[in-house]
Design a protein around this ligand. Sequence first.
Ligand SMILES: [Cu+2]
Length: 285
Amino acid sequence: MVAILVIVYFAVTTLVMIVGHQPILEGYEVAKATGAEPGLQWYWGFKNVFYVVMLYFFVIAIPFVVFTLIYQYKKGEREEGEHASKPWGPIENGLLIAWGVAVFAGDIFLDFVSESVFEYQKKIPENAMEIEVTGSMWMWQFKYPNGKTLFSFYNPATDKFEEFKGGFIVPAGVPIKLSMKSTDVIHAFYLWPPINKLQDLYPGRVTYQWFKVDAPGEYLVSCREYCGTNHAYMLAKIWVVPKEEFEQWYNGQIADADLINKYSTKKWYTKQAKGGNIELAKVNN
Ligand SMILES: [Cu+2]
């Protein structure tokens, strides 16, 4: 009975892990298809740690429990724990030390994986283009080096999300550095998957983060630090456009609306990703 319960427990846990990590694995495919950074690195780290954990489960944990129950456990035998009073010999000590070393080594390995991903996310590329982001209750402002400024307001009473046009324009394949500040309370600038990056904005302090996307299209930002009544509507879109078109827009040869209309997509990449379609963020007009 105990054996069956334990095996069922492991089977269910494993199933939950597999199902629960499916979006992560899909997210990786999506990030790869769009060249969205640092989402790609984040997912890469997560995906590989997931495989290490799964390997441990299937190769060590589950067989260990199953073999213990089949070959060691006898009902009514040694259930009172009298064997525990026996002093340990060199074999027991050796096993204990080996187990400790194995766990420590595995932990260090996983630390290196996550640390390298963290470093990658933190380090802003030298050639990044800087955009100043200002968050306020409840809007975003995006200021470019030449003074060009875009805004993102959202009126929940009159707007439909599909028609929502606020946001900013960036060139494809170029790292973008965001230097961010808040005029009032704490906000958080969350770049939705596949970019997958988050950084808080504080009044009186400048914080930074960066991203890069290769595939032109529409991506999404939202505030992710509760900042009052309209927090949920503190949205912005990112239109990633080919470099040449960006240059033309930046020099005033193309109007904001023309470029935005061209690269707006009615389909959200997240919805498409859910359906397993990785051709997201593609221009669909
Ligand atoms: Cu906010």
